[in-house]
Write a protein that binds this ligand. Structure first.
Ligand code: UGA
Length: 473
């Protein structure tokens, strides 16, 4: 690891922290926990990853295949497993053996009750109670899961009121993750920033975290108070998701005029103050993070009686979800009706290079297409096997939804291509071959604006791209 060696040299020269191997426990092996655990092992620490699901523990211990698809993760796990990286369902023993404990359990959206929209903290609370019972000595408890503001106080209270004579001392730290699925390992090894939020005066926690992360260049490490760190995570996702929603709002205007959103986006993105990332217009964002975090932010703002601010995010949130129906409406109008039509949906995962389908726009789009009477063929290189979880056989409208292995088979005899996820195998489709296989006139509905409209039209197909209007041969 060249980067590692260089960091050590630089830190040594500048008097920065030097790497001291820590005994770490990571609770929860979802995307965040499994990547955090594997990367900490790669950084030289001894890591125990805990999950209450014994089947997941077995898969991580014996796989691949592992319970989730994340490029580069398999390699790290296999490299360190059985030596500095272990997997277990025994939370008590893992806690008792550790000096740093990462809480990486899920914090789903609360769907009912007065706190509807906020994070459900059941699992975090549960883990905090277990830490209180089993921890020994000075222990740093790290909030890694995305949590509401002031969770550090909540965890501290639970820790202190559930201790049963262990004499442990707790240091609660916020260290949010900014990993994006599909690039999570790279993001963790080369982060834009490592954010460490500690309680004022907690020098012990600050030192332990600095030693833990000695690998990273000092200029990417940012120390803040614990509350700023908690809020920065929500703010980060709020900025990213509303940036996408802004370009999508402009895309709607492009559709109503002759402007092309990809050109508008390119022009806007050249302004260095704005930047060219996250300006991809289309069917909007999905995934397990943006929706959950924006809803939690809206709840938080309302809780502080910040109604106008809450409205701002609510409008962005609602517009994002409206895009899914609008895309289906476009297909309905272009094909004159969806009833009896065959639509090949390319992509089921919420983004490429992952098999994660949580809040994937494709789910809503497929449901609407089938409910409108279309026959739907779904293709996804990694998440195809999950389609039937959402549309179980025997339940309407599942009888009109089939999973097909490859794009060209799905497109044979289809009336429309509906691109939902920009997997690289879909980017490079030969449009002339597609046109040969599809019914006439074949339609390409590009929900991620990956196809060149001219090439599609030259192949004798009709094209619609979000914010790019309709073009016919
Ligand atoms: C997001 C953030 O990017 C991470 O920084 C953060 O750590 C993570 O949430 C989290 O909170 O755990 P992720 O949801 O994995 O990561 O994926 P993104 O790459 O951000 O994509 C989210 C959605 O936005 C996808 O559906 C993607 O297709 C969509 N998107 C992205 C667009 O519609 N347009 C774009 O230009 C970019």
């Amino acid at each position: 690891m060249l980067y590692d060696a260089l960091t050590k040299i630089i830190n040594g020269m500048t008097g920065g922290p030097t790497m001291t191997p820590k005994q770490v426990c990571v609770v929860g092996t979802g995307y965040v926990g499994s990547v955090t655990g594997a990367v900490l092992a790669e950084l030289g620490h001894r890591v125990i990853c805990v999950d209450s699901n014994p089947e997941k523990v077995r898969q991580f211990t014996n796989g691949p295949p592992f319970p989730l698809l994340e490029p580069g993760l398999d390699e790290l796990i296999v490299r360190h497993r059985g030596r500095t990286l272990t997997f277990t369902a025994d939370l008590a023993t893992a806690i008792a053996a550790s000096e740093v404990i990462f809480v990486c359990v899920s914090t789903p959206t609360k769907l009912a009750g007065l706190a509807r929209g906020s994070f459900d903290m059941t699992y975090v609370d549960l883990v905090a109670r277990e830490i209180a019972k089993h921890a020994r000595g000075h222990v740093v408890v790290v909030e890694k899961s995305t949590v509401p503001l002031r969770t550090a106080e909540r965890i501290t209270e639970i820790l202190e009121s559930n201790m049963n004579g262990s004499g442990a001392t707790f240091h609660v730290v916020s260290n949010p993750e900014f990993l994006a699925e599909g690039t999570a390992v790279r993001d963790a090894l080369e982060p834009d920033r490592v954010l460490i939020g500690t309680k004022p005066g907690d020098d012990f926690a600050r030192r332990v975290m600095d030693e833990l992360y000695a690998y990273y260049p000092r200029e990417v490490t940012l120390h803040t108070n614990v509350w700023s760190s908690e809020l920065a995570k929500l703010a980060n996702n709020a900025f990213l998701s509303t940036k996408i929603t802004q370009i999508n709002a402009i895309a709607s205007l492009c559709d109503a005029s002759s402007a092309d959103v990809t050109e508008v986006g390119r022009a806007v993105g050249m302004d260095k103050r704005i930047g060219n990332k996250f300006l991809g217009a289309g069917i909007g964002w999905g995934g397990s993070c943006f929706g959950k975090d924006v809803r939690a932010l809206i709840y938080l703002l309302r809780n502080h009686h910040l109604e106008a601010e809450a409205h701002f995010y609510e409008a962005a949130h609602d517009l994002n979800y409206a895009l899914r129906e609008r895309f289906v409406m476009k297909m309905h109008q272009s094909l004159y009706s969806l009833r009896g039509k065959t639509v090949a949906v390319l992509g089921f995962a919420f983004k490429p290079d992952t098999d994660d389908v949580r809040d994937s726009p494709a789910i809503d789009i497929i449901r609407m297409l089938a409910e409108e009477g279309a026959s739907v063929r779904v293709v996804d290189p990694a998440a195809g096997h999950k389609v039937k979880e959402f549309f179980p056989d025997g339940n309407a409208p599942a009888e009109r939804i089939v999973v097909v292995k490859d794009a060209l088979s799905a497109l044979t005899g289809a009336d429309a291509l509906c691109l939902c996820t920009e997997w690289k195998e879909f980017r490079h489709l030969d449009m002339r071959e597609v046109a040969k296989r599809m019914n006439k006139p074949g339609w390409v509905f590009d929900g991620r604006n990956i196809y060149d409209p001219q090439a599609v039209v030259a192949a004798n197909l009709c094209h619609y791209g979000v914010g790019r209007g309709v073009r016919r041969p």
